[in-house]
Design a binder for this molecule. Structure first.
Ligand code: GRG
Length: 308
């Protein structure tokens, strides 16, 4: 029989906030230790890689990996590198996304974008090097149990970031500038561009466990698909409603670039309704589980209620 869906209490929301802040700090130090030092040659490239990855970002993907890992009883230490690898791929995608040949942006995480700080050529190389580093870190992680576990993770991450994942979603995005998309086309773009890496983050957390629980992996996958899309719907709403200072990146860019978004296609109110439906869908994926899924539930709230 299904267990009732757990509604987090105010007290547990405070616990979650403390947990999230701990995990964000933990991720910062895992990244700081595992990124090449700026004192090592080639120094400017390493400095730029650290500039692009450290000291900013909500670390939503790492939080998802930690929450999914904990749900699957993975040891925290074993989730560190897979979670960091996803954050590194994410940082890589932001650096390339901000380049003049893509979204052409000056501000990211409240500071000048990588190409503004280091030049276009260096930013290109930062992305390339970060991508390799993510795969290198998983492949050399001594805490992961065996080659099969590593191979599974590498496969998930490669699929999520390649042409059938994030890079493919970005290609659809670039080709659709100025062309109104249908709601279905927009959904396909975001499932690939944003959703695939969010899904990979949760799966890598699950696969950090010594024993894989297939039922839990299925629930996490369903959860992550829904919350990945909710993340993007909220992103579109924030782009329309929030200011540049709060976002730490240029607000209102979608409208300026003549891009289809959930807000332009559905309107603000229906976009908010959709975010709430996707949130409910994500929660439903966990309905069979009790308190052990609470971190994931809180994370779903965090993602849909965020202000930046
Ligand atoms: C990555 C293989 C690969 C190629 C590059 C540039 C590109 C192809 C893809 C772009 C992907 C992209 C930038 C998607 C946008 C996703 C998004 C909403 C980013 C903002 O994420 P947040 O809010 O950012 O989690 P923080 O700064 O908090 O980490």
């Amino acid at each position: 029989m299904n267990k009732p869906m757990t509604t987090p209490t105010n007290e547990s929301t405070a616990d979650f906030n403390a947990w999230a802040s701990d995990m964000q700090m933990r991720m910062e130090s895992v990244l700081a230790v595992n990124m090449p030092l700026a004192s090592i040659s080639p120094m400017r490239l390493h400095e730029a890689m650290r500039y692009s990855t450290l000291g900013g970002g909500k670390r939503v993907r790492a939080l998802l990996a930690y929450a999914a890992g904990e749900f699957c009883s993975a040891e925290l230490e074993k989730i560190d590198i897979p979670a960091a690898a996803v954050e590194i791929i994410h940082a890589f995608s932001l650096v390339h996304d901000d380049l003049p040949c893509m979204d052409d942006d000056d501000l990211r995480r409240g500071k000048p974008t990588t190409h503004k700080q280091y030049g276009n050529a260096m930013a290109l190389l930062v992305g390339d090097a970060l991508q390799s580093l993510a795969f290198q870190l998983i492949s050399q992680d001594k805490l992961l149990n065996n080659a099969t576990q590593k191979l599974q993770m590498l496969h998930i991450l490669a699929l999520a970031s390649g042409s059938r994942g994030m890079a493919g979603g970005q290609a659809i995005d670039i080709e659709s500038i100025g062309i109104p998309l249908t709601r279905e086309e927009l959904e396909q773009m975001h499932i690939h561009k944003t959703g695939a890496l969010i899904r990979a983050a949760a799966l890598l957390g699950a696969y950090s466990a010594d024993e894989i629980n297939e039922e839990k992996v299925k629930a996490i996958d369903h959860f992550a698909k829904a919350i990945g899309l909710a993340f993007q719907v909220v992103d579109d709403i924030l782009d329309a409603e929030a200011d540049t200072q709060t976002l730490g990146k240029t607000a209102g860019k979608d409208a300026k670039n003549n891009k289809s978004t959930y807000v332009t296609i559905l309107g603000l109110s229906a976009a908010k309704q959709l975010a709430s439906e996707l949130h409910a869908n994500a929660m439903a994926a966990l309905s069979f589980y009790g308190r052990e899924a609470d971190l994931l539930r809180h994370l779903a709230n965090f993602i849909t209620q965020r202000s930046s």
